[in-house]
Design a binder for this molecule. Sequence first.
Ligand SMILES: Cc1ncc(COP(=O)(O)O)c(C=O)c1O
Length: 390
Amino acid sequence: MDWDEFEFDTLAVRAGIARTNEGEHSEAIFPTSSFVFDSAAHAAARFSGEEPGNIYSRFTNPTVRTFEQRLAALEGGERCVATSSGMAAILTTCMGLLRAGDHIVSSRAVFGTTVVLFNNFMAKFGVETTFVDLTDLAGWEAAIQPNTRLLFLETPSNPLTQLVDVEKLAIIAHNKGCLLVVDNCLCTPALQQPLKQGADIVIHSATKYLDGQGRAVGGAVVGREKEMNDVYAFLRSAGPTMSPFNAWIFLKGLETLSLRMHAHSANALQLAQWLEQQPQVSRVNYPGLSSHPQHELAKRQQTGFGGVLSFEVKGGQEAAWKVIDGTRICSITANLGDTKTTITHPATTTHGRLTDEQKSEAGITDGLLRVAVGLESIADIQRDLARGFD
Ligand SMILES: Cc1ncc(COP(=O)(O)O)c(C=O)c1O
């Protein structure tokens, strides 16, 4: 099937489907570790790559393949490699594409564990990372060295929702011979397709909005055949593989991705506008607000503003904790990308290991709260937060 001619919502429901002889309508799950061959010659042909097909589920599984094909179609990439988690997707990309002596330039405003992976583990194998301000294009350019191979970022960032102009940064990256890697976890392809804006590789924590219902951990890397061959080669040898059960859950998640992302965005915008009116709140960070310094870029680069916002309450940590403890519906958890609204105090949880100086550099103040807005009735979420404000 040539999927190129179909629109996003059709691809989300149907791309990658390979029906078995049973004629099942919903995609089949293949919980099998290995596959059998008709003959010794058949086995040899599969192992040599002469004949494509299933061998062993560490690197070939039909359910995982359906998920990979569907996500590749949604991101507009040639190929997707599914992984066991979002962190495995980042690790697999680095291990597949980098060698000792290479250098990464990364946005400072990336998921904390990504910083740990770069600083504590990639560095052990001779790959150094320089961290820069996400929004500062000149800073990105200045940080690129002759041995820089990857530029890595999330846009919008979490929890401050800062953006970078992907098209402009891709030009800078390519002029210097670097690959631009975008973690597209917050927007998903339903709201933003970085490959179409010039990025070379997209990373996903499928754990977040691709599933969207908090059920499974998984990840994915999407890009051109050329780079994905190297990424896949590492996955095949090292085994950070997605299970067929999880692939099936993510397939079901993708079918409603577009509906959910637009509903998350509508709810988040309503909540952000309401928060701006509250006297206890000194600042709201959400790209959909006209007060957001990069609102125009967000309108150009994204087709929706996403479900994540943050805001600062007057009164520092004590006030912020009171707001959290006043809630009855919002889940107090650091995860995001769920139908259920979650609330977090970044300074004492996700960013708790940073020094005061690093927190202040990253804009993580004591009064900052992050809400990943779910799909509940927004009036109930407002009442939930208002209890804490009162
Ligand atoms: C933006 C982003 N990237 C990557 C990850 C890592 O994903 P996982 O938890 O699936 O390993 C996360 C997890 O929270 C994330 O928020």
